[in-house]
Design a protein around this ligand. Structure first.
Ligand code: BYC
Length: 342
């Protein structure tokens, strides 16, 4: 497998770890990389990799990390308004998990030589993306349940295959993230089950939330395959294991029986079982809406970015304090090391 990126690569044999001593030339390294991918083995941070592979991973992992961090906002708004201490505690734990996911993912991006402060800056300046789904408002408490069911459900469909992604640190981060996403999905579904056993008004809230979140959830998987510029190469590199449309179909097939059990209808008149295909047929999402939301013009883009920017600015003293503490610790251990050696 040769790519134009790798063919024109000017990088040395080294990853971020620095120059290698005399060794195999670039062609050998590329062949070794291709063979590793073909054997379904993992690429690790110090391995040689084509520039395009590194760039694609940084792009995807950074976007994923930003999504986890921005994804704290829509549900976070409900922590203070959750109807019981139990629901507050569950929601608080879930939102905290998302922060953890963001941190694993920024760490995975750092193994590729990316700088976390730079990635955050790119997000804040609108030069890197985050998932479209987090630009929709959470209008009622049922939205918290539907986000768990749909958004975390979609995340599971998308991310379980990423546990087999060819880049080791990304794949390993995904294992824990997916376990936590499974818990998140179940808590959302359990919340909705409880509301569906409640009053007519609660059932209406659930149906309204389902109607608003269904199509944006389908858009989480990205544009259709024939309009996805990155898919083919990412799949050849085994970063992505399935195409956007395959994963979208998997999500629809998984969700339809869950909707029946819950007693809600999914807002798609074209949704029906196709025995011949062994899958559900479904309608076409409004791709122009996805493009609008991705390019910054969704219902909550400005609000999400403003809050992220403010949190970053207001957190400057924490970063400064942490850096000063780390420097002090480093100095102390250096002194202790010298003392022990003397
Ligand atoms: N929203 O060629 P394509 C979560 C961009 S976190 C925004 O198909 P690719 C969760 C795409 O980046 C959810 N942008 O791209 C968190 C590309 O633009 P750039 C996030 C989108 O990378 C908290 C362009 O459109 N999950 O689940 O092959 C609570 C062309 O697309 C979107 C991940 O990030 C979108 N929906 O495939 C609960 C998972 N779709 O970058 C849950 C990892 C596409 O060239 N990421 N774009 O400027 C992936 O699997 C892939 O990156 C995607 C897109 C399937 C999302």
């Amino acid at each position: 497998m040769t790519t134009s990126d790798s063919a024109s690569s000017t990088s040395s044999a080294a990853g971020p770890a620095g120059p290698r001593p005399e060794g195999p030339d670039e062609q050998d390294l590329e062949q070794h990389f291709d063979a590793t991918i073909a054997r379904d083995q993992r690429i690790e941070p110090r391995d040689w990799m084509p520039d395009g592979y590194r760039r694609t991973l940084i792009r995807q992992i950074a976007q994923h990390a930003h999504s986890e961090i921005i994804g704290m906002q829509p549900e976070g708004e409900w922590i203070m308004k959750a109807p019981s201490l139990r629901r507050k505690a569950i929601l608080f734990a879930k939102v905290q998990d998302e922060a953890g996911h963001g941190l694993y993912l920024y760490s995975a991006a750092e193994t590729l030589g990316a700088d976390r402060a730079d990635l955050t800056q790119r997000l804040i300046e609108g030069r890197q993306k985050y998932s479209s789904i987090f630009n929709y408002p959470t209008l009622s408490f049922a939205d918290v349940g539907v986000i768990g069911w749909f958004v975390d459900g979609a995340a599971i469909c998308n991310q379980v295959p990423l546990c087999r992604s060819s880049y080791g640190p990304y794949a390993r981060a995904m294992v824990r993230i997916c376990k936590e996403e499974s818990f998140h999905q179940r808590q959302g579904y359990e919340l909705l089950m409880t509301m569906m056993r409640g009053t007519d008004a609660q059932r209406e809230m659930v149906q309204d939330a389902v109607d608003r979140w269904w199509w944006p959830s389908l858009m989480m998987f990205g544009p259709p395959d024939d309009a996805s510029p990155n898919s083919a190469q990412s799949m050849a590199w085994k970063i992505k294991r399935h195409s956007n449309d395959e994963l979208r179909q998997r999500f629809v097939d998984m969700t339809v029986p869950q909707a029946e059990k819950l007693g809600v209808t999914l807002p798609d008149p074209e949704l029906r079982w196709n025995a011949e295909r062994g899958h559900h047929d479904f309608g076409t999402p409004d791709w122009s809406e996805l493009q609008r939301v991705i390019s910054g013009d969704g219902p909550c883009n400005a609000q999400r970015m403003e809050r992220r920017r403010t949190a970053h600015e207001e957190g400057a003293w924490v970063r400064e304090a942490a850096s000063a503490y780390a420097a002090k610790q480093a100095k102390q251990s250096e002194r202790a090391r010298k003392g022990a050696a003397a």
